[in-house]
Design a binder for this molecule. Structure first.
Ligand SMILES: *[C@@H]1O[C@H](CO)[C@@H](O)[C@H](O)[C@H]1NC(C)=O
Ligand SMILES: *[C@@H]1O[C@H](CO)[C@@H](O)[C@H](O)[C@H]1NC(C)=O
Ligand SMILES: *[C@@H]1O[C@H](CO)[C@@H](O)[C@H](O)[C@H]1NC(C)=O
Ligand SMILES: *[C@@H]1O[C@H](CO)[C@@H](O)[C@H](O)[C@H]1NC(C)=O
Ligand SMILES: [Zn+2]
Length: 502
């Protein structure tokens, strides 16, 4: 059986993925299939099996998978719908399937909304505002043709119907704030507007997503507050401003798939769950985002097969994270109350190897998040502290796949190494690297490739993931019981996935 699993690996992966580079994950694969020889999982022992070489070998496989996206996108990518993403899912699925009956594996397909803006142009008065961009998931203008109309200011922050005058034949100008961009677009659409322009109420440029499409949504741009200010002044003084808007875009629904693997052993009523996302953005191969987290999960899932577990462990590879947490949202939305209550906690692992890394821990607390989130946060910080390493807290604000869990009563948390944020001087002292640069200078770009990984951070964080899995798979004694599966009464967060929604 041990032998057939190794040969199976070769057959399932096929020639395309340079399988000869795959490491043998266990120097004695024969022995680990003898159930009697297994011991109860133990953190130190599981951590000892984590090696940067194995992780990097998997990253090489993943990069060759991303190259399959080149046919259609002219560069490597693993965006949902691409060959690169399909092959990523096959790689995850076959890797777990090769582990035999240690895991039960399933595919959860769901509809995913994807958008693409081909062309856009906004003219206010006689100017093209430099900061104007079409928002993600915007519909096109009518018949994909330019529309013309007077720019019309919407009252307050445009979150209630009464803020909107009759906008028939007009283009709405709306402040950012208080409610999601999608709500504003739909309200403007219902008031009859031809298009909408949302201006920033904070410093700087604005970009974001309309989120789940509503039939009322209209073509929507965002601009900076400074670009908007002269027009707001004119409109308030009773002067008129002609505007023209043009967007050629599509919003369509495709099918994509979450892959879930659960240990056959362990108490199925007390599950430890963790996830990373299998997809990348269209712009690049996504080797750090979130190749690193996805491959960490694969490696930990592989090494875990050497042990017995007391509690069930459930791994998830989400799809559609980059389009707005689609896979994790769907997964949680279809859980029955009974199934929801079986998940004792959810751990999110998204970007673990940023080249200019910081050791970041989501600042999840029991006051604002389901009780247990803070115990998980402390497990992470204790680990860094006990290794003599520094860490920072980062906002737990809806940017990754934990969001649906904590909104449905499930304690959550996670670690990361940083995306487009700028490393401070103090953080350079704490972690090394370069102050003033992004934590991940290739975030959401073509260069998020094999060179965009810090193996020191990746190995250490994978050991921490192993620690989190081993700790809770062994025992949940003292970890807060689940009490509620109700959606927590939380306001919409600024982010829903990588893009601003509010
Ligand atoms: C699940 O999805 C994977 C990856 O797309 C595929 O290889 C596998 O055949 C699917 N399995 C089932 C049972 O549908
Ligand atoms: C973490 O969150 C708590 C509760 O919201 C807050 O009081 C604290 O200031 C936060 N800490 C950091 C470092 O962000
Ligand atoms: C932790 O940060 C301090 C500065 O705040 C620095 O002096 C120390 O060297 C850092 N520790 C490590 C292990 O980098
Ligand atoms: C990764 O980070 C460590 C610690 O800051 C540093 O010593 C090492 O050079 C980095 N490696 C790469 C490949 O950037
Ligand atoms: Zn990500």
């Amino acid at each position: 059986m041990a032998c057939s699993y190794l040969f199976g690996a070769f057959l399932l992966l096929g020639d395309a993925f340079a399988f000869q580079q795959l490491p043998l994950f266990d120097p004695s694969p024969v022995s680990h299939n003898h159930v009697a020889a297994k011991e109860l999982v133990d953190s130190a022992s599981l951590q000892n099996r984590i090696h940067a070489d194995n992780l990097f070998d998997r990253a090489k496989v993943l990069y060759s998978i991303a190259e399959l996206g080149t046919d259609e996108y002219n560069h490597p990518t693993r965006v949902i719908g691409s060959k690169g993403h399909l092959a990523t899912m096959s790689y995850v699925y076959s890797t777990i399937a090769e582990l035999g009956d240690y895991y039960v594996l399933w595919n959860q397909s769901f509809p995913a909304v994807v958008g693409n803006v081909f062309e856009s142009r906004l003219v206010l008065g006689n100017e093209v505002p430099a900061s104007a961009i079409a928002m993600s998931l915007t519909p096109p203008t009518k018949d994909k043709e330019p529309v013309l109309g007077p720019l019309t200011l919407v009252s307050n922050v445009g979150c209630s119907e009464s803020d909107y005058p009759d906008l028939t034949g007009k283009i709405a100008l709306i402040s950012r704030g208080e409610c999601p961009f999608g709500t504003k677009s739909a309200l403007a659409g219902r008031a009859g507007a031809l298009a909408a322009v949302i201006y920033n109420n904070e410093k700087g440029a604005l970009g974001g997503t309309l989120g789940t499409p509503s039939p009322d949504n209209i073509a929507t741009f965002s601009i900076s507050g400074s670009d908007a200010s002269s027009y707001i002044k004119k409109l308030k003084n009773g002067q008129s401003v002609d505007a023209s808007a043009y967007i050629d875009a599509i919003v369509e629904t495709i099918e994509t798939t979450n892959i879930i693997a659960q240990t056959t052993e362990g108490d199925p009523n007390n599950c430890v769950m963790l996830g990373g996302h299998s997809d990348s953005v269209a712009e690049g191969p996504g080797i750090n985002d979130d190749g690193s987290g996805s491959l960490t999960l694969l490696e930990v899932a592989t090494q875990l097969t050497n042990y017995h577990v007391n509690n069930c462990v459930r791994f998830a590879w989400w799809a559609g994270e980059e389009e707005g947490l689609l896979g994790s949202d769907y997964y949680v939305s279809v859980l029955s109350p009974e199934e929801n209550l079986k998940i004792r906690l959810f751990m999110d692992y998204d970007m673990l190897a940023s080249p200019n890394f910081a050791y970041q821990v989501y600042n999840a607390t029991n006051t604002l998040n389901p009780v247990g989130s803070e115990e998980l946060r402390d497990l992470y910080t204790d680990f860094y502290t006990s290794h003599g390493l520094n860490f920072t807290y980062i906002p737990f604000d809806g940017r990754s796949d934990y969001d649906a869990f904590i909104r449905h009563g499930i304690p959550g948390g996670g670690i990361a190494t940083g995306a487009e944020g700028v490393k401070t001087k103090a953080e350079q002292q704490m972690f090394g690297g370069t102050a003033g640069d992004w934590y991940d200078p290739c975030y959401h770009q073509l260069c998020d490739s094999l060179a965009n990984l810090n193996l020191t951070a990746w190995e250490l964080n994978t050991k921490l993931v192993a620690h989190s899995v081993a700790t809770y798979a062994q025992s949940l004694d003292g970890f807060p019981e689940r009490t509620s599966f109700e959606a927590a009464d939380v306001l919409p967060s600024k982010y829903h996935g990588p893009k601003l929604q509010l």
